[in-house]
Design a protein around this ligand. Structure first.
Ligand SMILES: Cc1cc2nc3c(=O)[nH]c(=O)nc-3n(C[C@H](O)[C@H](O)[C@H](O)COP(=O)(O)O)c2cc1C
Length: 338
């Protein structure tokens, strides 16, 4: 395990992933109170002033929680888009330093100056990657963790299997590795660790919580969806991403014949043919793990359930390892219940 010091006291090795238009202060606060890392994209607020208000809200809610319960909240994190289309980067980074945001998650660009600036105030930087080339670049920029965004993830997903990407990253990177893509249960969190990751990263599962900012129709669509309802396409946001097929249809698009899109812009919502239809806002993203999501619990209920499942998965594995851990030729332990 390679975890930064500030992350040693989590209830689960889990990050509630940042999601455009979905993660806000309520979700972050409840995740941190429940003992898992809560995060949000800075761009979920339309201005740096609004972003600062959210930082104040989160800081004061977590301070109050710690003072009134005597328990420690998990650290929280902010996602910054490091790309020329984000003119707020420097202003938002300065606010992260002012409020000592414990975790910065960078997307697109991994820049040594930014990593140094975050280290200077005592924060850590995780960078999300979909391939080994970007992972090596980010490692040499000095990031503290690499988020392996694998096939089937919600948002801008990769195409690599987690077995391949985590395994390859581990060959040159001994800091924190975080696995992203289709994780929905406590068993999935345990599996991420078995695969060699230190932390699990869950997006879509947290869309379907009471505290997320997603519309009820979005949550219902996730409950009804299976992996076959997820369309992987670059034509909505300019970069390959996973979207819910019924939301593409509702926007007046033909999911199997989408028009090519040339520009990339992460800060704006994008227009679709049907009036009022916009990428992320009404054309909804989700990962292939949707079939394992059946409800909309509170974050606290969800984290409790994930802990129970994680525990059960660990017990099951320890029975399995006893059964299969015998020396070759000794045979299988009799009556080993799996
Ligand atoms: C609706 C939605 C919006 C997202 N927005 C962002 C974002 O703004 N920044 C980011 O780094 N990742 C974003 N992601 C990706 C998630 O942080 C995470 O990598 C992904 O959801 C994990 O896969 P899963 O959804 O299968 O759990 C988004 C994902 C979804 C589903």
């Amino acid at each position: 395990m390679a975890l930064p010091d500030a992350f040693q006291h989590l209830a689960l090795p889990l990050i509630s992933a940042p999601m455009f238009l979905v993660s806000g202060p309520e979700l972050v606060i409840e995740a941190c109170k429940a003992g898992v890392i809560g995060t949000f994209p800075a761009l979920n607020q339309r201005s740096s002033e609004g972003f600062e208000e959210w930082l104040q809200t989160i800081r004061s809610a977590l301070d109050e929680f710690e003072a009134s319960t005597g328990r420690k909240a998990a650290p929280f994190g902010v996602n910054l888009i490091v790309h020329q289309s984000n003119p707020r980067l420097q202003a938002d980074l300065a606010l992260c330093a002012k409020y000592q945001v414990p975790l910065i998650i960078t997307s697109l660009g991994a820049v040594a100056e930014l990593v140094d600036a975050v280290h200077d105030y005592g924060g850590v930087v995780f960078h999300d990657v979909i391939n080994v080339r970007h992972a090596k670049k980010a490692a040499s920029a000095g990031v503290d963790g690499l988020i392996a965004v694998c096939a089937g993830a919600g948002g801008h997903a990769g195409t690599l299997s987690p077995f391949a990407l985590v395994g390859e990253i581990r060959q040159f990177f001994d800091k924190t590795v975080i696995l992203s893509g289709c994780l929905s249960s406590g068993q999935d969190i345990a599996t991420a660790q078995m695969l060699g990751a230190d932390l699990a990263y869950m997006g879509t599962r947290f869309i379907n919580t009471r505290e997320s900012q997603a519309a009820d129709e979005y949550k219902d669509m996730i409950v009804d969806a299976a992996a076959g309802d997820i369309v992987y396409t670059p034509e909505i946001s300019g970069v390959p991403a996973n979207f819910l097929r019924p939301s593409l249809v509702a926007a007046g698009l033909d999911p199997d014949n989408l028009a090519p899109k040339k520009d990339i812009d992460f800060g704006k919502e994008l227009q679709a043919p049907k009036e009022g239809a916009k990428a992320w806002k009404t054309i909804w993203s989700a990962g292939q793990g949707v079939a394992n999501i059946h409800d909309v619990p509170t974050v606290a209920e969800l984290v409790q359930r994930l802990q129970d499942e994680y525990q059960a998965a660990g017990e099951r594995f320890s029975r399995l390892s006893q059964r299969y851990g015998v020396a070759a030729g000794e045979g299988i332990a009799e009556g080993a219940a799996l």
